[in-house]
Design a protein around this ligand. Structure first.
Ligand code: SME
Length: 184
């Protein structure tokens, strides 16, 4: 895949994301496949991205590794620690120009220098995050951040289509894993 970096190309890329997310099978498993494709599309279409992927929130508030493109990563990001969890609690995009300046940053890939995390919503709740790591400092400028915000909106729309997704997290957390499911 060719790298693309201008605004017109960003629009084309967003069209491709919409296409990958347009599958009308409204299940968690088909969403999972779509997100695997989105990870690979973004990582290979844009410069200097060493890791692109998703973490799903469980009912304990941990973030569990989902589909991704990049090196082997942490399987579970515990509540209250790291950049991804900050995006979850802020309910907003977190842009970290230098990961060394973020005290509780969780280093999964030693090549990462800057990081952008986009929260993903079902109704008004954060149910997952899109995590993007760059091998360059201060990589996520306004245009690139806007591209990933829009990507997040498209994917959030897709979460919103899954019937009872929030109930799956709250009641049937074993569908996406839960550290305390054995206690129930
Ligand atoms: N750096 C993230 C952890 C996930 S890896 O970057 C893939 C964090 O601090 O939450």
């Amino acid at each position: 895949m060719r790298s693309i970096e201008d605004n017109e190309s960003y629009e084309i890329l967003l069209e491709q994301v919409r296409g990958l997310c347009s599958d009308d099978k409204q299940s968690f498993f088909s969403l999972n496949g779509a997100l695997a494709n989105v990870s690979t599309l973004l990582r290979h279409s844009l410069e200097a991205l060493n890791w692109v992927g998703f973490y799903f929130r469980n009912k304990s508030g941990d973030l569990l590794l989902g589909p991704f493109s990049g090196e082997v990563a942490c399987g579970c990001l515990p509540a209250g620690k790291g950049v991804c969890q900050k995006a979850l609690s802020d309910k907003d995009v977190v842009n970290v120009p230098d990961v060394n300046d973020f005290p509780s940053h969780i280093a999964c890939d030693s090549k990462s220098r800057s990081e952008l995390v986009v929260p993903l919503f079902a109704s008004d709740e954060v149910v997952a995050v899109l995590d993007i790591d760059s091998s360059q400092y201060d990589h996520f400028d306004r245009n690139l951040t806007s591209l990933f915000r829009k990507t997040g909106e498209i994917i959030s729309g897709r979460f919103g289509l899954i019937p009872n997704y929030l109930d799956i997290i709250r009641i049937n957390s074993h569908y996406i894993g839960s550290s305390d499911e054995r206690d129930e």
